[in-house]
Design a protein. Sequence first.
Length: 188
Amino acid sequence: MLHCPADGISLARDDFGRPVSARPPASAGWPPDARLFLAVGDDADRPLLALARDLPVALSVHTVPRGPLGELLLPFTPLERASLRQLPAADRARQLTRLWARKEAVLRLAGRGGLAVADEIDALSGAPDGDGTVLLPPSLAAAGGACGPVVYVRDLPAGPDRVACVATSAPARGVRLWDADSPAGAAR
């Protein structure tokens, strides 16, 4: 993407040591103030990488659980819980995992301290079909971070037993997702 050797890219890291952005070298041909933002999916079976130019990005990837879902419903809003209970039993685990991936991507983009308010983030109402917006609770929106009060989410293809979601601070024209099993990457 940058058309340069990896050692020519200067990475910035967040407070947890994760790479969050890179300043491409002049030889890449990008404007001097351009930044490449990146997020790594932490699924051990198949790592994923999301990249966005000049736009903070966060990625969440999860395997769909098997078995009872009862305790897994704790970090969800009443609206989300009700919608999950209305689904056929065979579809609940995948939708629960999809909602959690959206919440987690939003929380990662918002920054530190977000898990405590996971049950205040409604990942369903603004993005029922996978692409849309999620409003941050006032406590996270006021904290600043890499986004404002609205986060843009997009569900990504991740395979039959996994779900993935990317969150950005503004609408993204396209997000490129790299999967270790398909070196060319896939734009979405």
